[in-house]
Design a protein. Structure first.
Ligand SMILES: Cc1cc2nc3c(=O)[nH]c(=O)nc-3n(C[C@H](O)[C@H](O)[C@H](O)COP(=O)(O)OP(=O)(O)OC[C@H]3O[C@@H](n4cnc5c(N)ncnc54)[C@H](O)[C@@H]3O)c2cc1C
Length: 479
């Protein structure tokens, strides 16, 4: 097939590129999607009393958030409100951790974390900033009061895990504080939900079905599913007689003037050499290799009846603190991965569901490897261990598997100490490819390419719009 434009990937950025092209009156394009569904890292699935999200879940922030701004006032949004609550810390011997002390320790770390993003932050990793700051404060505190050293260490370990969930990083000692200043948080509520409807609802706004159906852009009709692109040959002449050639794993080929690549940084890391002919420029390869792309595991458990304080607005989650002996004992067993389950939290719109998060590459590899039945037993064991009582068996479970999926190979990007060392940023990843005569041939979009909202869903949307607008502007020069 021959088209003016080929878009690779029907996630948020690919669909947003398509919508922007259509808005600009450009209709001759196709979107090639490797999976058998549209949505990419937005994957809402039926569970319990609605749709839960195996990928992007919350709208993070309001001011300047392109998704919030599209949706505000036109959709019944909810709020999970985690950070406003006192946290319920549990120990691996089934006892409560001292609530006041553990919350205070957590608050110390949270303040240090916020300070790590103030101007003038040092040239060190986020892990180092937290560790040295925490040690200093604990030393000062211990001059006036007795600090439970064990608890302090347990809360520290938990905090690192929680922040690893934030960044999808494997270690906070790999996360650059300076470079993550680059990624900005939109002001306002960080845990806005789609209630029971799922993040997939965003596509109705991207295609303008909502709020005014008369403006609907049928981007979906341009998508071809089960088309995994294996090569993009961008070695072309400048006189428009030659085009970029895109080859799929089923042998089909497509030609286009311009290709937009929106696959994840994980896909680029694993396959950029095979995907692009000729190979990509050095600075782009440096960016692909040195910007981080990690993984976050999620599990949803549904129970007949909630056994947690479902109606208490001050309660949001169980946080798990491992005792040293328990850590040692479990480290030689098949269950060793489970120490990286941070805890379980409730979801305002799903009264019978608890959600858990898992961090750490090795643990997530195990988590993705186990079958559902084994995992249900393991999670029940974990809850009973920390709650110190029998709990009902979950009646249903659903979990994600982004790491082992060839079309993602992880969850989202973050800036590492290596990104900082090699001075590569999302802007480097976003640089388009021009042929030797200066003709625009390949654009890159996707969350990891956004100059200030990388990792976020709203960053993915904006990157897609930007690609669509750039193409429209570029093509208008030749009309
Ligand atoms: C577990 C998890 C939790 C998250 N939580 C949040 C959150 O709460 N809030 C938030 O704002 N963001 C969150 N995110 C991030 C957000 O989901 C992503 O930033 C966004 O969905 C990425 O969109 P994208 O278009 O850049 O990439 P993708 O969604 O990955 O789209 C790229 C598409 O390209 C396809 N593809 C890949 N390779 C090929 C190929 N070779 N040929 C053809 N097609 C290919 C893929 O199948 C995919 O459909 C989360 C993500 C995950 C995974």
């Amino acid at each position: 097939e021959s088209h003016k434009i080929v878009i690779v990937g029907a996630g948020l950025s690919g669909m947003s590129t398509g919508a922007k092209l259509m808005e600009n009156g450009i209709d001759d394009f196709v979107i090639l999607e490797a999976e058998d569904r549209i949505g990419g890292r937005i994957h809402s699935v039926p569970f319990s009393n609605g749709f839960v999200d195996l990928g992007g879940q919350w709208i993070h922030g309001e001011k300047g958030n392109a998704i919030f701004e599209m949706v505000r006032g036109n959709f019944d949004l909810g709020n999970d409100q985690f950070y406003e609550n006192l946290m319920d810390f549990r120990l691996s011997n089934g006892k409560f951790a001292n609530p006041e002390q553990s919350n205070n320790l957590f608050a110390i770390l949270y303040n240090l974390y916020e300070e790590a993003y103030s101007p003038g932050v040092k040239n060190v990793s986020l892990g180092e900033i937290l560790e040295t700051g925490y040690e200093k404060i604990l030393k000062l505190l211990s001059e006036d009061e007795v600090v439970d050293e064990n608890l302090a260490k347990q809360v520290f370990d938990l905090f690192l895990k929680q922040q690893n969930a934030n960044y999808a990083s494997n270690s906070l000692y790999d996360v650059s504080a300076i470079y993550n200043n680059y990624t900005q948080e939109c002001e306002g509520n960080q845990t806005i939900t789609w209630k029971t409807k799922g993040f997939k609802s965003v596509f109705d706004f991207i295609t303008k079905k909502l709020p005014d159906p008369s403006k609907f852009l049928n981007v979906e009709s341009k998508v071809q599913l089960n088309k995994q692109v294996i090569n993009i040959n961008w070695d072309i002449d400048s006189n428009y007689t030659e085009e970029v050639k895109v080859t799929c794993s089923d042998g089909s080929t497509y030609t286009a003037d311009i290709v937009v690549f929106t696959g994840s940084l994980g896909v680029l890391k694993a396959r950029h050499e095979k995907l692009f002919t000729p190979k990509l420029p050095e600075n782009k390869i440096k960016a692909i290799e040195n910007i981080g792309f990690g993984v976050l595991g999620k599990v949803f458990l549904e129970f007949d009846e909630p056994f947690w304080p479902v109606d208490d607005n001050n309660w949001s989650e169980y946080f798990f603190l491992w005792n040293e002996d328990d850590l040692k004992n479990i480290s030689s067993t098949e269950l060793k991965w489970i120490v990286n389950v941070i805890g379980f939290f409730k979801l305002k719109s799903f009264p019978n569901v608890l959600e858990g998060m898992i961090v750490g590459d090795d643990s997530i590899k195990e988590f993705e490897r186990f079958d559902d039945k084994t995992l249900v037993d393991q999670f029940t064991w974990l809850l009973e261990k920390f709650l110190g009582k029998k709990v009902q068996n979950p009646k249903a479970m659903i979990r994600n598997r982004w790491f082992s999926n060839d079309n993602f190979l992880g969850t989202y990007s973050y800036l590492t100490m290596e990104s900082q060392k090699y001075r590569v940023t999302p802007d480097t990843l976003a640089l388009p490819l021009y042929n030797s005569d200066g003709k625009l041939v390949v654009l890159f979009a996707g969350e990891a390419t956004h100059h200030k909202y990388s990792s976020y869903s709203h960053g993915a949307v904006e990157s897609g719009w930007k690609a669509g607008n750039e193409i429209a502007k570029y093509l208008s020069k030749f009309q």
